[in-house]
Design a protein around this ligand. Structure first.
Ligand SMILES: Cc1cc2nc3c(=O)[nH]c(=O)nc-3n(C[C@H](O)[C@H](O)[C@H](O)COP(=O)(O)O)c2cc1C
Length: 164
């Protein structure tokens, strides 16, 4: 791993917590994307982290325009690892960039405006879906009831990659 920093985008705080955890484990600083765009030189090798919105990793596009993204981590509602390939496709990631999805959480009290509406629509769509997979059932439960799954063990695959 050559990454010199972690660059993250977080709406309700789960990705920020994972970024702090990973920063601690890897010994590289974590910056919000907004700060990184001011503080880091163009071309800096980074790990890009962002919350999953409509399947895509928020902030990846902006980060990739400015920095050399070595790996991408999406934080969402599904089980850790379950959305890796979907996120790769949605972000059109190059084949040589590893992607990891990890389970974050849902805190309705922290959602505002359009994002609140987005979650209400996503919940309705998921509830109406026939033949939900067990992962989708757990996602629906999280959408309705909220919950916090941030834990160091969810980063095991990322740490194994960084340790190669
Ligand atoms: C508008 C909206 C769309 C979302 N779309 C997805 C999605 O497609 N897949 C998913 O797993 N999670 C989705 N989520 C859930 C967030 O990714 C999840 O709550 C994440 O933990 C938020 O991280 P943050 O606290 O860093 O913002 C969505 C959330 C919002 C508000």
């Amino acid at each position: 791993m050559n990454a010199k920093a972690i660059v993250y985008t977080s709406n309700t705080g789960y990705t920020a917590r994972y970024a702090a955890m990973l920063s601690d484990k890897l010994g590289v600083p974590a910056h919000s994307l907004a700060d990184a765009l001011k503080a880091l030189p163009a071309g800096t090798p980074v790990i890009c982290m962002g919350w999953l919105m409509a399947g895509s990793v928020k902030g990846y596009g902006k980060a990739a325009k400015r920095f050399a993204v070595e790996a991408v981590i999406g934080v969402g509602l599904g089980d850790t690892g379950a959305q890796d390939e979907a996120a790769r496709k949605a972000c059109r990631l190059p084949a040589d960039v590893p992607v990891f999805t990890v389970q974050g959480g849902m805190d309705h009290a922290r959602l505002k405006g359009g994002y609140k509406l987005g979650i209400s629509l996503l919940t309705k769509a998921m509830a109406a879906k026939k033949n939900r997979t067990p992962d989708e059932d757990r996602m629906l439960h999280l959408l309705i009831n909220g919950g916090d799954y941030v834990s160091e063990k969810e980063l095991a695959a990322v740490l194994a990659w960084a340790d190669r």
